[in-house]
Design a protein around this ligand. Structure first.
Ligand code: HGY
Ligand code: MN
Ligand code: MN
Length: 413
């Protein structure tokens, strides 16, 4: 098999060009789904795909598919891709390496002059981050048929804009039900991504073949107390919503630590205090909580402990606490044949590699519900991610794209 040659400079240049579509000052990147920056980035990406000779299709939620027809286009295609949306004050590599690296891998295969049997598709998934609509992997959930049909009107951002309103304003129309792909639509799916953890760098190993993806869950908790004048309401009379929420956040930490397993994590990453005046006792507090584990039962036990803690805090502090589970997803086991194809590609290139689990979730978590799926990790400096100092070297990125190219060729026959 001809070894595909990755144009590392072009890939690096495209990653930096994409990073410029942001509301933050470099090196930070902020690119929230369906905002102007996201729409401009999508148009730019589509132009890159067409420049590389691929045909582009976009679905009702903005998932974008750039296709290279194989010798037998009637066969289920092999897909690869990731996301380009970025949480506030993020880095420039999370997701984008898997989208532009996939485009570069397919272009490198096209340049060998060998056309695979199965078609190849580079996929840009909409809204992998939960930033705007509170739930992660929105586009891939819909592709996998794992989101309720009313999600277009039920999911709203903090300004009350529904998913349907936002997607249609961005030019993505049509029925959300048309997004779902059946279990035979793709022959396989592979996602290239930065590790978002320190293991590969610590072990001085350039590639990680992912065998499982942790089970994510998120909660939305609303605490209603009683507000009032910060000078006039005496301490014994207070029903301070923020202090109750603060105890909830500490209960999240305690519940995660109490499992005794290093794989259990709990985070309270969002906290909105109302009315948010220094001289007013908080009357309401909204928090969003993220709980994960590679063991689903252990993760669910943490959710139950958090619910029990909320009930105790509410009674003791005479506030009301409402908890809503936004998502509680099972973990994903990656497909052995795709894991083996990635492993064989690393070996064919004489590259050291390790097998590992992913603690972050990815679109691959949902693609695994409808196609044989696995992931390929490259190192990121210090394991840092979701921060402006997130960094992956051009060499590691190009190496990942080359292993991806070989793997796609293997899977596409
Ligand atoms: O939160 C995650 O695991 C992913 O980076 N969105
Ligand atoms: Mn992310
Ligand atoms: Mn990501």
């Amino acid at each position: 098999m001809t070894i595909p040659r990755i144009d590392a400079d072009r890939l690096a240049a495209r990653l930096h060009a994409l990073a410029a579509f942001s509301t933050s000052q470099a090196p930070a990147v902020t690119r929230v789904v369906f905002t102007d920056e996201d729409r401009q980035a999508r148009a730019w990406f589509r132009a890159c795909c067409e420049e590389d000779g691929l045909t582009v299709r976009v679905d009702a939620v903005g998932n974008t598919f750039a296709r290279w027809d194989g010798t037998d286009p009637s066969l289920p295609a092999v897909a690869t891709g990731s996301h380009i949306d970025a949480i506030p004050n993020a880095g420039m590599y999370d997701g984008t390496v898997g989208v532009l690296g996939a485009l570069e891998a397919v272009s490198a295969l096209r340049a060998t002059g060998v056309v695979p049997r199965r078609s190849l598709e580079v996929v840009l998934f909409t809204s992998e981050e939960p930033t705007r609509f509170g739930i992660g992997c929105l586009g891939s959930r819909l592709l996998a048929g794992r989101l309720e049909a009313d999600s277009g009107t039920r999911l709203r951002d903090r300004d009350g804009v529904t998913l349907d309103e936002a997607r249609q304003a961005a030019g993505f129309t049509g029925d959300l039900a048309s997004v779902a792909l059946g279990p035979t639509h793709y022959a396989a799916f592979v996602e290239l991504h930065i590790e978002q953890g320190p293991l590969l760098e610590q072990r001085h190993i350039p590639l990680g073949v992912v065998t499982a993806i942790a089970a994510p869950a998120s909660l939305r908790v609303t605490v209603d107390g009683e507000g009032g004048h910060a000078g006039a309401v005496l301490m014994p009379d207070r029903r301070d919503a923020f202090l109750a929420a603060a105890e909830v956040a500490l209960a999240v930490e305690a519940a995660a630590v109490a499992t005794g397993a290093i794989d259990t994590v709990g985070t309270t990453g969002v906290c909105h205090v109302f009315p948010g005046a220094v001289n007013s006792v908080p009357s309401r507090c909204d928090v969003e909580i993220d709980v994960r584990d590679i063991d689903q039962a252990r993760r669910d036990a943490v959710l139950a402990r958090i619910a029990a803690a909320c009930a105790e805090i509410a009674a003791r502090r005479r506030v009301t606490i409402e908890t809503a589970v936004v998502n509680a997803d099972p973990p994903a086991a990656c497909d052995p044949a795709v894991v083996d194809a990635l492993t064989a590609s690393c070996e064919a290139l004489g590259l050291a590699h390790d097998r590992m689990i992913s603690r972050a979730y990815h679109d691959a978590l949902f693609m695994s519900r409808v196609a044989p799926t696995a992931m390929l990790f490259i190192p990121c400096r210090g394991g840092v991610s979701h921060r402006p100092d997130e960094y992956a070297s051009p060499e590691d990125i190009a190496r990942g794209a080359q292993v991806l190219a070989l793997t796609l060729a293997r899977l596409a026959g």
